[in-house]
Design a protein around this ligand. Structure first.
Ligand SMILES: [Zn+2]
Ligand SMILES: [Zn+2]
Length: 381
C-alpha cells in the first residue's frame, strides 16, 4: 500500500514534470478568431461561361490607401473574389515622405501571395488627371513607372496615350465624382469623346464604391462600352462594408468568362460580358443581365391547383427558385398572378398564377438596364 502510493506520487511528479516541460504557459483562446475560410459566392455558369467576381479598382499605402498590398489579397480570398487589380494613382502620392514612390511596387509585393491564394492579379494603374477629365483606370499594363506623373492638364492626352501604347484596357472612373460638384452635373466631355473615337476608351465605371453614376450607365450602353463596378477601396474592406453580415458583399464586376484566367477576363471585358453588382442591385446591358438572371432563376412544374367555383377560375401553385447569391425583386406587370416576389439569395418562393396563361411578365426592380429602366422578365408557366 505504502509502496503503491509512493509509486503513484512518483508517477504524478514525473507527469507534472513532463507537463511543465511541454506546457508553453499559453492557453489559446480561439473562440473569437475569424475561422480560416474562403466564402463561396455562388453564381451558376451563364451559357457555359464562368461568372468571375472581380474588383479592378483599389489603393494601398503606395498611394493614398491605408493598407499594405498583401491585405488586399487576404480580403479578396476571404470574400470569394476571383480577380483584383491594384490601381495606384500615377499622379498623387500623399505618403511619399514615408513610402518610397514606386508605382509597380504594390502589384509586385502581392504577386506571390495572389498565386498562393488562387487570386488572379491584373496589373493596373489609375491615371489621375484633374477633373475634368478626371480619372481613368488602365488594366493589363506592363509597367507603371514609365507613365506620365505630371498632373499638368497639357499632358492629359499624353497620359492616356502612354497607357494606350501599353495596349491597356481603359475605363473612365466615377464620372460624376467631383465633376458634379464643379459643374452642378456631369457630362460626356470632348476629351472622353476623342478617347472613344480613337478607341482608347473601352469601359465606364458605372458603380464606384457605394455610388451608382446613373448617366454613366446610359453612356456605356449607348456606345457599347463595358459596364464596370468597383470598390475604389482605400480603407480595409471591413471598414467600409458591413462584410461580417450575411449577404453583404463589396461592389464588384461580374465577368462572364470562358475560363478563370487573366486572358479570359480580358476577352470578356473587351466583349462587354459584364454586370456590375452592388448592394442588391445588378447593372448592365440588357442581354447580360437577362442571361445572368436566366441562369439563376428557375420555375417548377405546378404542384397544386385550387378552383374557385364562384369566380369560375383555377389558381396554380409553382415554386420559383433563386439558385444564386444574387438578389432579385420582381413586380408583376402583366398577367394574373403573385404581385410581388422577393427572391432572396439561395431561396424559393411560392408563385401563384391563374390557369390558362402561358406566362407572367415581371419588372425586376433590383436591376438597371438603363438609368431609368429595369429588366422585364417573363416567367413561363
Ligand atoms: Zn479616382
Ligand atoms: Zn481610385
Amino acid at each position: 500500500m505504502k509502496f503503491t502510493s509512493a509509486l503513484a506520487s512518483a508517477l504524478l511528479l514525473s507527469v507534472s514534470f513532463l507537463q511543465a516541460q511541454t506546457d508553453p504557459g499559453i492557453m489559446r483562446l480561439q473562440e473569437f478568431a475569424y475561422p480560416a475560410k474562403r466564402k463561396i459566392l455562388n453564381i451558376p455558369n451563364v451559357n457555359g461561361l464562368q461568372v468571375l467576381k472581380c474588383d479592378f479598382h483599389m489603393h494601398t499605402v503606395f498611394t493614398d490607401g491605408h493598407v499594405w498590398p498583401n491585405v488586399r489579397v487576404q480580403e479578396a480570398w476571404r470574400e470569394g473574389l476571383d480577380a483584383i487589380s491594384y490601381t495606384e494613382h500615377m499622379e498623387y502620392n500623399p505618403h511619399s515622405k514615408d513610402v518610397k514612390v514606386d508605382h509597380n511596387r504594390s502589384h509586385d509585393l502581392a504577386v506571390e501571395l495572389a498565386k498562393e491564394n488562387n487570386i488572379v492579379l491584373v496589373k493596373g494603374t489609375e491615371v489621375t488627371r484633374k477633373t475634368p477629365p478626371g480619372h481613368f483606370n488602365a488594366l493589363f499594363i506592363q509597367d507603371a513607372s514609365t507613365l506620365v506623373e505630371n498632373n499638368d492638364s497639357a499632358l492629359d492626352q499624353e497620359a492616356i496615350d502612354k497607357v494606350a501604347a501599353q495596349k491597356a484596357f481603359i475605363f473612365w472612373n466615377h464620372p460624376g465624382w467631383k465633376a458634379a460638384t464643379i459643374e452642378g452635373s456631369y457630362e460626356w466631355i470632348d476629351f472622353v469623346e476623342k478617347m472613344y473615337q480613337e478607341k482608347k476608351l473601352h469601359g465606364i465605371e458605372v458603380v464606384n464604391g457605394l455610388g451608382f453614376h446613373k448617366k454613366a450607365l446610359d453612356w456605356a450602353l449607348d456606345r457599347n462600352l463595358t459596364v464596370i463596378g468597383n470598390t475604389d477601396i482605400h480603407n480595409l474592406i471591413a471598414h467600409d462594408y458591413n462584410i461580417g453580415q450575411e449577404g453583404v458583399h463589396r461592389t464588384m464586376t461580374l465577368i462572364m468568362s470562358k475560363d478563370r484566367s487573366a486572358a479570359g477576363i480580358r476577352d470578356a471585358l473587351e466583349a462587354g460580358r459584364t454586370v456590375a453588382w452592388s448592394s442588391k442591385y445588378l447593372f448592365g446591358k440588357e442581354e447580360n443581365v437577362r442571361n445572368l438572371m436566366n441562369a439563376c432563376v428557375s420555375i417548377s412544374a405546378p404542384y397544386h391547383e385550387k378552383t374557385n367555383k364562384k369566380a369560375g377560375s383555377t389558381t396554380k401553385y409553382y415554386e420559383i427558385s433563386n439558385n444564386s447569391d444574387l438578389y432579385f425583386e420582381l413586380e408583376l406587370k402583366s398577367g394574373n398572378g403573385t404581385k410581388r416576389i422577393v427572391l432572396y439569395p439561395e431561396s424559393k418562393q411560392i408563385l401563384t398564377a391563374e390557369a390558362g396563361q402561358s406566362k407572367l411578365t415581371y419588372e425586376v426592380v433590383s436591376t438597371f438596364i438603363r438609368s431609368d429602366k429595369h429588366l422585364m422578365f417573363d416567367v413561363k408557366l
